[in-house]
Design a protein around this ligand. Structure first.
Ligand code: ADP
Length: 273
């Protein structure tokens, strides 16, 4: 499913002394099935942008067309948008609330008014997609699980909506290296097998460079770079200027050039402001 954003601006608390121009005339086109990495310093506008893509925020001006549907249109129902675009928030496990894992994952599909048989099929499939055993875990409380497993339940809940576009905001934040690699591996597999469009927000250039077809770099409400990892990492001066550390970039460039498989074993994280 393709995404076309034209002249998207968002101003928080417009007309108050706290007014913040968080997105400034963003133009962007994402093709069906692309894996996009979204990177930028804290406060650069990443969350604001992705919340527009599933209708949580409405633009101050501009349009967002997802598969011919203008989701910025006030008449478009949020439910319609959610069927197309799934958003996994940061620390999504904080939103788990049902008494069993099954019920938690089934919550979204139930709201769509699907039949129980279809709901069960979706719960089972989405648990498989994130590597959770359906039979063993479905009746357990999500609160009995480890941090990494809880997060997978939360991701499964979004997958159960069968979105065509999956957006993940820092899905590995706070996980240990093993948990992180597992989640990233599952996301990669999902992209390959389901051919869905993925947007992955991450502070880790390494994660993004090994997964994404294209990288969006945001700075101060604007997209300053958009291209393949090679194209983006070549802009060392610009990246350094906006606080995305240069030594890591030259390292990544070398790895990319060599197409070194070891790239996934060395994680370099861009420091927070
Ligand atoms: P990022 O996700 O890259 O950290 P955000 O989209 O969260 O960036 O924020 C972009 C800018 O908008 C920041 O200056 C932030 O302080 C501001 N901002 C974000 N959310 C709000 C809000 N609800 N009200 C006012 N300002 C906000």
């Amino acid at each position: 499913m393709s995404i076309k954003i034209e002249n998207l601006s968002h101003i928080y608390m417009k007309g108050t002394p706290f007014e913040k121009h968080a997105l400034k005339r963003i133009n962007l086109e994402i093709q069906d099935g692309e894996f996009i990495g979204l990177i930028g310093h804290t406060g650069s506008g990443k969350s604001t942008l992705i919340q527009h893509l599933n209708g949580l925020l409405k633009p101050t001006s501009g349009t967002i067309i997802i598969d011919d549907l203008d989701i910025a249109d006030k008449n478009v129902k949020l439910k319609e948008v959610r069927k197309k675009v799934g958003l996994v928030f940061q620390y999504p496990e904080h939103q788990l609330f049902e008494e069993t894992i099954y019920k938690d994952i089934a919550f979204g599909p139930q709201n769509l008014g699907l039949e129980e048989k279809e709901i069960e099929k979706r719960v089972k499939q989405s648990m498989e997609q994130v590597g959770l055993d359906f039979k063993e875990l479905k009746e357990k409380s999500p609160f009995e699980l480890s941090g990494g497993q809880k997060r997978r339940v939360a991701i499964a809940g979004v997958l159960a909506m069968k979105p065509d576009v999956l957006i993940l905001d820092e899905p590995t934040a706070g996980l240990d290296p093993r948990g992180r690699d597992e989640i990233l591996g599952q996301i990669k597999k999902l992209h390959k097998s389901q051919k869905i469009t993925i947007i992955l927000v991450s502070h880790s250039m390494e994660d993004i460079s090994k997964l994404a077809d294209k990288i969006i770099v945001m700075h101060d409400g604007e997209i300053v770079l958009f291209g393949s990892p090679e194209e983006v990492f070549q802009q060392v001066d610009l990246l350094e200027k906006i606080g995305l550390a240069a030594p890591q970039i030259s390292y990544l460039m070398k790895k990319l050039k060599k197409k070194d498989p070891e790239i996934r074993d060395n994680i370099y994280t861009v420091e927070e402001a």
